[in-house]
Design a protein around this ligand. Structure first.
Ligand SMILES: Cc1cc2nc3c(=O)[nH]c(=O)nc-3n(C[C@H](O)[C@H](O)[C@H](O)COP(=O)(O)O)c2cc1C
Length: 197
């Protein structure tokens, strides 16, 4: 059976979701997937990005990571999105990319893809679930198969969030966090492989 093609698509201003995407990519590669780690294009003005040291540092650090394209969306069997919350919604950078996908949606090229999502926030209950549910609403319009972690691993009772892994900015990535991210992505791969069989 050929390897599942997985696009891990992230947006990260300060690096949290970048780290989450990297942890997921390592787990997915270890599970035998064909992985593309892709960032969403920055839409904030250069002057704004360069006006914040942490934002600029993250942009410079990840300059070599390719930006997600429509070809990537067609290529992949499965998508794992990771993006922070912005007032309880996904960031406009990710929404802007999603809003370019109309032609693919219209041709049915997103239908049947398998998808999951992760998020982060700076506070507890700061909009994590609302952010994931907002993304999942769009994915339902695409006709994707949404795969959530639920409580299908014992460590989810430690980290919480059956909608998708969520991280608090600034906290360390514990072994439980890494396990749950790995579990979410391997579950996504397992379901995709079954659908593709
Ligand atoms: C414009 C803006 C709005 C935000 N809104 C929230 C919010 O509603 N709740 C919250 O807990 N954190 C909020 N945050 C904090 C971000 O979610 C946090 O910086 C992010 O999760 C860090 O992820 P990153 O390092 O990948 O950029 C906001 C940040 C910005 C810049």
């Amino acid at each position: 059976m050929s390897a599942v093609k997985l696009a891990i698509i992230y947006y990260s201003t300060y690096g949290t979701n970048y780290q989450m995407a990297e942890i997921a990519a390592a787990a997915a590669k270890a599970a035998g997937a064909d992985v593309r780690l892709l960032k969403v294009a920055e839409t904030a003005p250069k002057s704004v990005v360069e006006g914040q040291d942490a934002w600029k540092a993250q942009a410079d650090k990840t300059a070599d990571i390719p930006e997600v394209s429509h070809d990537d969306m067609t290529w992949a069997d499965a998508y794992l999105f990771s993006a922070p919350t912005r007032y309880g919604s996904a960031p406009s950078q990710l929404r802007a990319f999603i809003d370019t996908l109309g032609p693919l949606w219209q041709q049915g090229k997103l239908a049947g893809k398998v998808v999951s999502a992760m998020t982060s926030a700076s506070t507890l209950h700061g909009g994590q679930e609302a952010t994931l549910l907002g993304l999942y609403t769009s994915f339902m319009h695409w006709g994707t198969v949404i795969v959530t972690p639920g409580y299908t691993h014992e460590k989810l009772f430690e980290t919480g969030n059956p909608y998708g892994y969520s991280h608090r900015q600034g906290e360390e990535f514990t072994e439980a966090a890494k396990t749950v991210i790995g579990h979410q992505v391997t579950r996504l791969l397992d379901v995709t492989a079954k659908l593709n069989a």
